[in-house]
Design a binder for this molecule. Structure first.
Ligand SMILES: [Zn+2]
Length: 237
């Protein structure tokens, strides 16, 4: 997100490609990485936190991450070698990051990892304000194959989807972004953008479709949770 006082960067991809893709990509867009003031890490997996240490060392932005994910990074320094930023801002639910008159609100959505963050914010599309819901944790990559702790983990995930669906509705979000772009059809939408003409922005899918994303995520999690509940009822660990 660009503002007149600097840039808020969301996620930092892998350690091996963050330099080429983030710094190279920004230069291509005419943006100076020196202007990055905040880096938000949606969760502490290598494909999101990978470039955080590099950015923190070079450009000294503030780094924001969920409390449990800061703890995780500090607990496993070897696993996060070359990735781990020094502890900085610990996100709380409804925390606002404000820069240059623009505001992004953080929502805690544990599940994908215990510290996963999602966001609501407003962007300008050809001068028109458009509200975005950014879902920080698409995919069930937590322990999900045994009733204990799978049933509990799915419940955490479901509760977070409900929480974020409410915040997306309150913000009148008409754009849904996932932190994994294969889940929001980003590649096709980016291609569509080239031939957009006077049509709406391809990312603008409408408030109902944004809500459907969160319903589908809840439904999928509930189906997987039911399977574990059945297993537990049959006495299979
Ligand atoms: Zn992840």
């Amino acid at each position: 997100m660009t503002t007149k006082e600097g840039i808020i960067l969301i996620d930092t991809i892998y350690p091996y490609n963050s330099e080429a893709l983030i710094l190279g990509g920004m230069q291509k867009l005419g943006l100076d990485p020196k202007n990055i003031k905040y880096v938000l890490i949606s969760h502490a997996h290598a494909d999101h936190i990978g470039g955080a240490e590099m950015l923190q060392t070079r450009y000294k932005p503030r780094i924001v991450m969920g409390g449990p994910d800061w703890e995780w990074v500090e607990k496993y320094p070897d696993r996060y070698k070359t990735m781990a930023p020094k502890r900085d801002i610990v996100a709380t639910d409804a925390m606002k990051i404000t820069l240059g008159g623009r505001t992004l609100t953080i929502w805690l959505t544990p599940g994908h990892t215990p510290g996963t963050m999602s966001y609501t914010f407003t962007v300008l599309d050809r001068g028109k304000p458009v509200n975005v819901a950014y879902s920080g944790g698409t995919a069930f990559n937590f322990v999900n194959n045994t009733p204990d702790p799978g049933i509990k983990n799915f419940q955490t995930y479901i509760d977070s989807q409900k929480h974020m669906a409410e915040k997306a509705a309150a913000a009148n979000a008409t754009v849904l972004l996932s932190n994994h772009s294969e889940f929001d059809n980003a590649v096709n939408k980016n291609r569509m953008l080239a031939g957009r003409g006077k049509a709406p922005h391809p990312y603008e899918i409408g408030a109902d479709s944004v809500q459907r994303y969160f319903q589908v995520m809840q439904g999928c999690a509930r189906a997987a949770q039911l399977r574990l509940e059945q297993r537990a009822a049959e006495g299979i660990p």
